[in-house]
Ligand binder design. Structure first.
Ligand code: HH2
Length: 262
């Protein structure tokens, strides 16, 4: 899964068009590198990020989803949103996956939108909300707590009419977690995989990698590769990354090695 962010610095028309053109070009590049999913997002979920309103988010992502989905379903387009209105419009424009970092908690209409569309839905764990999630996160046992949360959200989604075979789960690396929490979730990812749904993992360029290596955000590819290889070995199925080509190559070697051991 390749990351396609659409977050224009300028709010003028020119800025918006340029941002959309850039995002589409970037999505096509990631597709050429072998991405099977393009995850289009118009609202940053970084720690401390401020929310974006629906009309602004729609204007950012919709033209990009339309153009990337016009490739005919390969790669699939995923919409990274917590909002029902954005998901509904993106699905109508050709997206087939809804990636909701709130796991259907922030917008009570989103579960119905997903159920009606037959889309795939990624449910991610986050402690609280982006504005406050990194303020002293605490767990009894992070892996058991995240697992219980994901099981509860899976039950909620199924009760709302989403088909279980359409649901992916994600422990939400960096979303209300310390370095130790992130490392425990990666090392014990098999416990999340044991729930029985495909597991998505998003470590790409995240700050916990910088805490270990001292590297800036654009220098975290080695750490990104290391953590994705570990996630693959522990049973993850979907790898959300900015650098598709090098991670794919590393995962191909890792997968061949794991398979060779039976
Ligand atoms: N991480 C980010 C956004 N969306 N979705 C899933 N399922 N899993 C993740 O780990 C995940 C996600 C991080 O977003 P942000 O920090 O805004 O930056 P970027 O989108 O460039 O990764």
């Amino acid at each position: 899964m390749g990351v396609v962010n659409v977050t224009p610095d300028s709010f003028s028309d020119g800025g918006r068009h340029l941002a959309a053109d850039d995002a589409v070009a970037h999505g096509r590049l990631l597709a050429a590198e072998g991405a099977q999913v393009l995850d289009v997002g118009g609202e940053s979920t970084r720690p401390g990020a401020q929310p974006v309103d629906v009309s602004e988010e729609l204007e950012r992502v919709l033209p990009v989803v339309e153009r990337l989905a016009s490739a005919g379903g390969s790669p699939e387009v995923s919409i990274d949103t917590t909002k029902a209105a954005v998901a509904r419009a993106a699905l109508a424009a050709g997206a087939t996956i809804v990636n909701d970092v709130s796991a259907l908690r922030f917008d009570r209409e989103l579960a119905g939108v997903v159920a009606d569309s037959n889309a795939t839905c990624c449910l991610m764990h986050m402690l609280g909300e982006p504005r406050t999630m990194q303020a002293d996160p605490r767990y009894e046992d992070v892996v058991s707590d995240v697992k219980a949360f994901l099981e509860e959200r899976l039950g909620f989604a199924v009760a709302a009419g989403v088909r279980e075979e359409r649901i992916w789960l994600d422990p939400g690396i960096g979303f209300g977690k310390t370095l130790e929490h992130n490392l425990a979730l990666l090392d014990r990812l098999d416990e999340i995989v044991a729930i029985g749904r495909p597991v998505v993992i998003g470590t790409s360029r995240k700050s916990f990698l910088g805490k270990i290596t001292g590297r800036a955000e654009n220098e975290r590819l080695p750490g990104t590769i290391a953590t994705n290889v570990i996630a693959l070995e522990r049973g993850a199925s979907v790898f959300r990354v900015h650098d598709v080509a090098p991670v794919r190559e590393a995962l191909a070697v890792a997968a061949a090695t794991v398979a060779a051991h039976g």
